[in-house]
Ligand binder design. Structure first.
Ligand SMILES: Nc1ncnc2c1ncn2[C@@H]1O[C@H](COP(=O)(O)OP(=O)(O)OP(=O)(O)O)[C@@H](O)[C@H]1O
Ligand SMILES: [Mg+2]
Length: 772
């Protein structure tokens, strides 16, 4: 079966165009977690899991009874193959709505109640906390069915909720438990904010590439400390940062000419000379130093508007800005009542200083010195007398925004470092090495080239800082790597901490990253070294892989046999294919398949609709053009009311009547607000989710509110992809495919109808036929 997948893959148009070198497995390089090269030792087999005919017969009989009581639906034969598998490595290739998650629950029941595998030896993994919650809930409900409950050990039956809670886990929670046993308790950098609500919001944002996971203040502070000290200590790093800043400044002065910020700049510029003089007056006689010209002068221009430094170092011309923080002798130089400017234009001096600081950071493309404390004058005097000018190091590290090409928005430079480093780590790469290799693929001197050079120096320095804290801090990605196959020293994991890794069942496997694959293999190799026989059931739909932007790769699922080696006696992993679709009517499925047809690298399959459509009422995707939902949500609100009337008229409906889906939270908020204002909706009837968060959900009608298209080019990530040797496609090609898959996920949420509002059809929506 797997050969047929490979054949399908090879025959796909895009794969046919891939160069022969790209198709051969990449060579293992230091810092790489995947792919595997020479024939690795088998991880599974040769023994199968002992499954007897009696166990199978008993399970079938009990499922029959559960079906009769409406506890579960009657599994199809394909689903039975998954439930009863005796193979230690099973790969379940399925379509959307084919009952993957539902059948996974029955597989766990079979393993626990019939094969006698205790929950301590299993882990069921899903990606988000919401989907874990749903799985736990179904598992607990199904295991409460009397024949199965009776088969549980009395201790397990008495603590069923707790057992299910531990059994079903995200990758990160499972990693957290092992890390604690290996290295003891520690703070996680990734969870710095001890505020549950904030963490929840962040977790949601993590699912949305438009927002990206924003850092908390605590995280940003640690990153900034590392950044500032490296900027002062490392001349090469400083040069790259300044070059990067110049690139950004050029971009800003060009791009922002007509933006609101220009107005802001104009006001700031008009008061700038007065501001410089006011500060200077407060510093008074302190501000007279040999070697310094203390006369304000135009140090730089932003959008051609002048901005003043307080003076300059005579020998080098380096501008000096005073009191950017507004402090002298540990007191604020100005109170909040101090104003600058007259009448309507009067503005607080403290506010004006803050704005000036931001303007300098953003727009000044030369090295400057800023002195925010009189003590710094002493330091400056010392330097001017004793050291060569080029040794100036205490130039404050600039805090500025970077928008790498291909990224949806500009973020602070340390945030950009953090995001791209995490992406590289998810691919199982060592950040410094990956950056160095990627530089070879980038235009020398480009913004991305400097970014890579700076990140290669920053990341090891940041990691060293985390290690040196009084209470050391750990990062999830570092822990995955340190427990993975490529770790230079393999930490010993206590046998009882390894037990849950004996039998792994992983839902949504298409979204796994190379780094996690390396970690899982390393954990199961440890299990095997203890003499136990590990097993893995990977359940997924490569058409629904939507986390490539975060470093996941559908290739790992598509090429399962290569990444999870099975003993030759077993002739490869077991393939189960679930092609029935229990969710959506046929017109929806066929439209969804039209979209996926344009995906370059995929497994070919066709869903068999099991739900009968009512041609008078149900329909595929109805595209409504010419609507900019964020500007004017009226049309969507009207559609929600109309579709609600339809769903309310049905004898039976799903718990989600209407799912409103969009790529960004902003659009969802706009519609939600407009709907609240319009009224007419009962609580729980309409659910709002981003395309990413909607995975695994369903609703009678799905209403999509935004195009789903990737039109960018991301030179940095293309370079990382190319340098890693892991992928057949460039990052841009993979991201274009991913936008189509995201649209596939969104469309297949609908049970009976899908409406899609777009301004102009683009990307996925352009692949759909126009219908009245
Ligand atoms: N054998 C079956 N008979 C009838 N209905 C079924 C069967 N198996 C699953 N279903 C129903 O199909 C719907 C989709 O199931 P489920 O969410 O498990 O699919 P999935 O493959 O995990 O979907 P997704 O790809 O969105 O994650 C659910 O309403 C479920 O109850
Ligand atoms: Mg599912």
């Amino acid at each position: 079966m797997l050969d047929s997948i490979r054949a399908l893959w090879r025959s796909s148009k895009r794969a046919a165009r891939v160069s022969p070198e790209a198709r051969t497995p990449a060579k293992a390089q230091p810092g790489h977690a995947a792919p595997r090269t020479s024939q690795p030792a088998p991880l599974y087999g040769p023994q199968k899991m002992p499954v007897s005919a009696e166990q199978v017969a008993a399970m079938r009989a009990e499922v029959g009874a559960a079906v009769a009581q409406g506890i579960v639906a009657q599994p199809t034969e394909a689903q039975w193959a998954m439930i009863l598998s005796s193979h230690p490595a099973t790969c379940v290739v399925a379509g959307a709505g084919s009952g993957k998650s539902t059948t996974l629950v029955l597989r766990v029941v079979f393993m626990w109640c019939h094969l006698g595998i205790p929950p301590e030896d299993m882990t069921v993994i899903s990606f988000t906390r919401a989907s874990c919650e749903e799985l736990r809930h179904s598992l607990q409900r199904v295991l409460s069915f009397e024949p199965w409950r009776q088969r549980l050990a009395p201790e397990d039956a008495a603590h069923l909720e707790e057992r299910c809670r531990t059994l079903v886990s995200t990758f990160h929670a499972a990693l957290g438990r092992v890390s604690r046993r290996v290295w003891g308790r520690a703070e996680w950098f990734d969870l710095i904010e001890p505020n549950a609500t904030l963490r929840d919001e962040r977790a949601d944002d993590l699912d949305n590439p438009v927002l990206g996971g924003p850092l908390t203040k605590g995280q940003r502070d640690l990153l900034n400390t590392a950044y500032r000290s490296l900027f002062n200590e490392d001349r090469v790093f400083r040069q790259h940062i300044i070059a990067l800043l110049r690139h950004e400044c050029d971009r800003h002065t060009l791009l922002r000419r007509n933006s609101a910020e220009v107005k802001h700049l104009q006001l700031a510029s008009e008061r700038d000379l007065e501001l410089a003089q006011r500060i200077q007056a407060r510093w008074g006689k302190d501000w007279v130093l040999p070697g310094v010209d203390p006369t304000p002068f135009v140090a730089f221009r932003a959008n051609n508007l002048p901005f003043y430094a307080n003076g300059r170092i005579i020998k080098t011309g380096m501008p000096i800005f005073l009191s950017l923080g507004g402090m002298k002798d540990d007191k604020f130089l100005f109170s909040k009542d101090d104003r600058i400017g007259q009448g309507k234009r009067a503005f607080s001096v403290v506010g004006a200083l803050t704005i000036r600081r931001q303007i300098i950071e953003r727009y000044c493309d030369r090295e400057v010195l800023h002195l925010d404390h009189t003590e710094k004058l002493e330091w400056l005097r010392y330097r001017l007398e004793h050291l060569a000018d080029e040794d100036f190091r205490n130039v404050s590290a600039p805090a500025f925004d970077v928008q790498l090409r291909g990224e949806p928005k500009a973020v602070g430079v340390v945030e950009a470092f953090y995001a791209q480093a995490n992406f590289m780590e998810s691919l199982g790469l060592d950040v410094a090495q990956a950056c160095q290799r990627a530089q070879g693929q980038l235009a020398s001197g480009s913004s991305e080239w400097h970014f890579c050079a700076a990140l290669a120096r920053f990341w090891p320095s940041f990691e060293a800082q985390l290690r040196s804290l009084a209470v050391p801090m750990r990062r999830f990605n570092r822990a995955f790597l340190d427990l993975g196959e490529q770790a230079p020293t393999q930490p010993a994991v206590p046998a009882d901490a390894l037990r849950p890794f004996t039998h792994l069942l992983i839902d949504e496997f298409q979204d796994i990253s190379p780094q996690i694959v390396s970690w899982l293999r390393a954990m199961q190799r440890r299990v095997r070294a203890l003499g136990a026989a590990p097993s893995l059931m990977a359940i997924g739909d490569d058409w629904q892989s939507i986390y490539g932007w975060r470093g996941s790769a559908p290739d790992l699922f598509i090429d399962f046999a290569r990444h999870f080696p099975v003993h030759p006696q077993l002739g490869g992993p077991l393939q189960c294919r679930l092609m029935d679709n229990f969710r959506s009517v046929e017109p929806i499925l066929r439209d969804a398949e039209r979209i996926v047809a344009a995906v370059g690298v995929k497994v070919d399959k066709q869903a068999q609709p099991r739900r009968r459509a009512d041609p008078a009422l149900d329909h595929g995707v109805r595209l409504i053009k010419g609507v900019q939902v964020r500007r004017d949500p009226k049309a969507v609100v009207a559609a929600i009311h109309e579709q609600l009337a339809f769903v309310r008229s049905l004898a039976r409906s799903d718990k989600n009547k209407i799912l409103v889906l969009s790529r960004s939270n902003e659009t969802l908020n706009t519609v939600e607000k407009a709907l609240r204002k319009a009224g007419g909706v009962k609580p729980g009837e309409v659910r709002f989710e981003t395309f990413h968060r909607a995975k695994g959900l369903q609703g009678e009608v799905a209403i999509l509110c935004e195009n789903c298209v990737y039109e960018e080019s991301h030179p940095l990530r293309n370079a990382i992809y190319a340098a890693s040797g892991l992928f057949r496609q460039s990052y841009d090609e993979a991201a274009r495919d991913e936008a189509l898959r995201l649209a596939y996920v969104a469309v297949t949420r609908g049970i009976r109808r899908v409406l899609w509002f777009v301004d102009q059809p683009k990307g996925a929506s352009a692949l759909l036929p126009s219908r009245p």
